[in-house]
Design a protein around this ligand. Structure first.
Ligand code: KG4
Ligand code: ZN
Length: 345
């Protein structure tokens, strides 16, 4: 009989993490915070044919890949299923049909092994990527979170609690990168392609900043910036004028990223927190990494910047957040369902 009240917490547990919220089917094994394996099978090249993620294709490809990706992760880690102390999987936010594949697989795995299951909030997973980079990292710290679905600056007060200090009121930063790529005719995934194009351009165009001005609370907005980029390109095309796409990309990138960097450092200083961390796909952006590193250094803050492969979607970060919840004894019941949207807090 599977009974979550009977499970106990072991030190240095072996955690199997599974991620399937979008187009990556991923599985990783951690011993404590040590990464024993980290495998990803991506459907991105298939999705690129359609210019973005087609949910039905994502679900089907997860179904085909989930067994194989776990088999590979176990083999890389040199363990058998019987060595696993806990299974953790993303239950939201993401594409419902995609989430259900990894979640159902993980719940069945935990049931068969009779070990605790932890349902992981994907966003918390992105925050927990910082512990992979710095296993000794201890709260409090200020995470900058920027992905395809979320953009926020947080205050993490313990391994399981955080507060939202600033967030976007509309689109996420990654979404804006993807839209900017589309209007510039760049292929999916947009973010890395905008970055590459921006490297050869100058930030000469005055696009609106992603920081909302004259607001009582600290907020970001990416829909105005996105519309400004679309209008700039369409107006030039209608007038039959040439424009420098590299300058558009560079100007957009500065307007999207500079306020995130500036406000993260300001908030860390205001809250007297000495450590800044970062997570989410947009944190793989080289311009963001360089400007955030320089700003933290200047302000005397320690920056924990996970490797790029732990910023974009992966299962090691899900296992890392699984460990936070496991150590707190927060095991999930097996009837937990997938959720397309989960409030940030
Ligand atoms: O965290 P993630 O892999 O998936 C979500 O949870 O959304 O983030 C994906 C987002 C996409 O919008 C992608 O374009 C963006 O991260 N991204 C980047 C870069 N690499 C990925 N944006 C800007 N520059 C990059 N180098
Ligand atoms: Zn993500």
């Amino acid at each position: 009989m599977y009974d979550i009240s009977k499970f106990s917490v072991k030190p240095e547990p072996i955690i199997l993490g599974i991620e399937s919220s979008c187009d990556e089917t991923a599985c990783a094994v951690l011993r404590g915070r040590k990464i024993l394996s980290n495998r990803i099978i991506s459907s991105a090249s298939e999705q690129a044919k359609y210019g973005g993620v087609v949910p039905e294709i994502a679900s089907r490809m997860h179904t085909e890949a989930v067994d194989e990706v776990c088999r590979l992760a176990l083999a890389d880690a040199g363990i058998t299923p019987r060595d696993i102390d806990c299974v953790a999987a993303t239950y939201g936010a993401g594409l419902l049909g995609a989430l259900l594949v990894g979640l159902s697989f993980a719940k069945a795995f935990a049931y068969a092994l009779n070990v605790p299951f932890v349902a992981v909030n994907h966003i918390r997973g992105h925050i927990a990527a910082a512990y992979l980079d710095q296993p000794d990292l201890k709260p409090p710290f200020i995470p900058l979170l920027a992905s395809g679905g979320h953009t926020a600056i947080l205050h993490t007060s313990s391994y399981t609690a955080f507060e939202v200090l600033a967030a976007t009121s509309d689109d996420a930063a990654g979404e804006a990168f993807d839209k900017c790529a589309r209007v510039l005719g760049l292929p999916y995934p947009g973010g890395p392609n905008v970055q590459r194009l921006a490297e050869g351009g100058k930030p000469a165009i005055n696009f609106p900043s992603a920081l909302v001005k004259n607001s009582p609370s600290l907020r970001f907005s990416y829909s105005g910036l996105k519309t400004a980029v679309i209008n700039y390109c369409h107006n030039a095309q209608q007038r039959g004028e040439q424009f420098r796409a590299a300058d558009v990309a560079a100007s957009f990138q500065c307007a999207a990223i500079d306020p995130l960097v500036k406000k993260t450092v300001e908030l860390a200083t205001r809250y007297n927190v000495k450590t800044v961390t970062a997570g989410g796909g947009v944190i793989a952006n080289d311009y963001l990494r360089a400007t955030l590193s320089a700003a933290c250094k200047k302000a005397g803050l320690t920056l924990v910047l996970p490797e790029k492969k732990y910023c974009t979607d992966n299962a090691a970060m899900i296992a890392s957040e699984g460990l936070n919840q496991y150590m707190a004894g927060n095991f999930s019941p097996l009837n937990i369902n997938a959720a397309a949207a989960i409030p940030l807090k």
